[in-house]
Design a binder for this molecule. Structure first.
Ligand code: ATP
Ligand code: MG
Length: 394
């Protein structure tokens, strides 16, 4: 495994001081799968205080759990002391963590075999739970007794399904059985943590694995509203979902729209999505029936969605099983022509209307009518022409 120089430097520094140091978890897994790791976690026998002593610039990110971030230039690397988790009594957090001096203890507290492989340039791969084999078999298997492991931390059930969807791995039979038996424990996990895993699943390349959420019973606790919907979708639903851009609002709207705006809003709030994602998802859901037939339709789409117009077009084409290239061609033409698609670009404004004697609520209505007019007739976005139009309708 070719480690980045900074990671190698951290491991070397730990080893020179007499400790063990390994790259571990996602980065080793990703490397073995031929994927580019997005970050590197390091595990060490050195206690956090020692790690702080050995490196010039560190940040105490989660020092009570043994994690110190070592800064090299502007990049941070999480270095965590080998630890064993204490007793779990709430399906969420260990009551305590104990530092240990042996790697095996640390690897055995990890969730899945594919996430429990360590690597150091000195020692090579340390794979006590046959993670390499499971990567070859393309399976997600719990480390140790999956039933016990899901009872300790119920979030692991969501993690199993999202890894399965990200890598197109199946969930090993015993692990799946334990998942079915423990699904109800997911209610002990905070909405934010469930949301993060759910979103990774929804944004993955194999969203057909959402069906595992139904199969395991997790969906009934996380998104009960979706159960009747997903029970009735066919493969083409997933095929279209899988090829959509990885925009949270786009994919969420595509999955949730049949529930209607009100329920979608409740769901997104309950799962504590951020306001921007909620607003865009609701905009899409609200406008599901808008047409994409011609230039006027596409200008209206732009007027409603502004800088998110591409997302809205992709959404509408997916929902209506329509070829996107035709609509994109219209969109590009409108952008190239710089056609007016917003009140900002309109050749009249509230001040002009006031001079015409239009006041109060009528101002908004008149501006909306003028915008609609120029979206139908883009060459009429001129002050005189619009004043004439407004006089004709008042
Ligand atoms: P990603 O590519 O999404 O970052 P990852 O495997 O690195 O995947 P992280 O959440 O970053 O996932 O966790 C890093 C490592 O910590 C995991 O590979 C796993 O070994 C361990 N881990 C994380 N969460 C848990 C958990 N809930 N229970 C047990 N081990 C966990
Ligand atoms: Mg990670």
């Amino acid at each position: 495994m070719n480690l980045p120089v900074n990671v190698e430097y951290i491991i070397n520094t730990l080893e020179k001081a007499g400790y063990e140091g390994y790259a571990v978890g996602g980065c080793v897994r990703d490397h073995l799968m031929g994927l580019e790791p997005h970050d590197y976690d390091i595990t060490t026998s050195a206690l956090p205080e020692k790690v702080k002593e050995l490196f010039g610039h560190t940040v105490d990110t989660g020092i009570e759990h043994g994690t110190v971030t070592v800064m090299i230039g502007k990049t941070g690397y999480e270095v965590t002391t080998f630890r064993i988790d204490g007793k779990y009594s709430d399906s969420r957090h260990p009551e305590s963590v104990t530092f240990t001096s042996d790697l095996e203890g640390d690897l055995s507290r990890r969730d899945f075999t594919v996430n429990a492989i360590a690597y150091s340039p000195e020692k090579g791969y340390v794979d006590m739970f046959s993670g390499v084999e499971d990567i070859k078999l393309r399976i997600i298997r719990g480390v140790g007794d999956p039933d016990k492991r899901f009872k300790e931390d119920a979030l692991r059930m969501m993690r199993a399904l999202r890894f399965s969807a990200q890598f197109d791995f199946s969930v090993e039979a015993e692990t799946m059985k334990a998942l079915r038996e423990n699904a109800s424990l997911i209610v002990n996990i905070s909405s934010e943590r469930v949301r993060d895993e759910l979103l990774k699943l929804v944004l993955s390349k194999h969203t057909e694995r959402l069906a595992l959420m139904l199969d395991s019973g997790l969906m009934g606790y996380v998104l009960p509203e979706l159960v009747p919907l997903l029970e009735n979708v066919n493969l083409s639903f997933y095929r279209r979902l899988n090829v959509l851009s990885q925009s949270p609002a786009l994919r969420l709207a595509y999955i949730l729209f049949p529930l209607g705006e009100k329920k979608v809003k409740d769901i997104l709030k309950r799962l504590k999505f951020d306001n921007k994602t909620i607003a865009l998802t609701l905009l899409l859901v609200r406008n599901t029936n808008i047409k994409t037939d011609d230039m006027y339709c596409v200008r209206r789409i732009i007027s409603l969605s502004g800088s998110d117009s591409m997302t809205m077009i992709e959404y509408l084409c997916a929902v209506n099983s329509e070829d996107i290239s035709r609509v994109l061609a219209l969109h590009n033409k409108i952008r190239a022509n710089k056609d007016c698609c917003s009140l900002k670009e309109l050749a009249v404004d509230g001040k002009v209307l006031a001079e015409m004697g239009i006041k109060g609520r009528a101002v908004g209505r008149a501006l909306a009518a003028a915008l609609d007019y120029v979206m139908r007739f883009p060459d009429r976005n001129e002050r005189e022409k619009l004043l004439g139009f407004l006089r004709s309708i008042s």
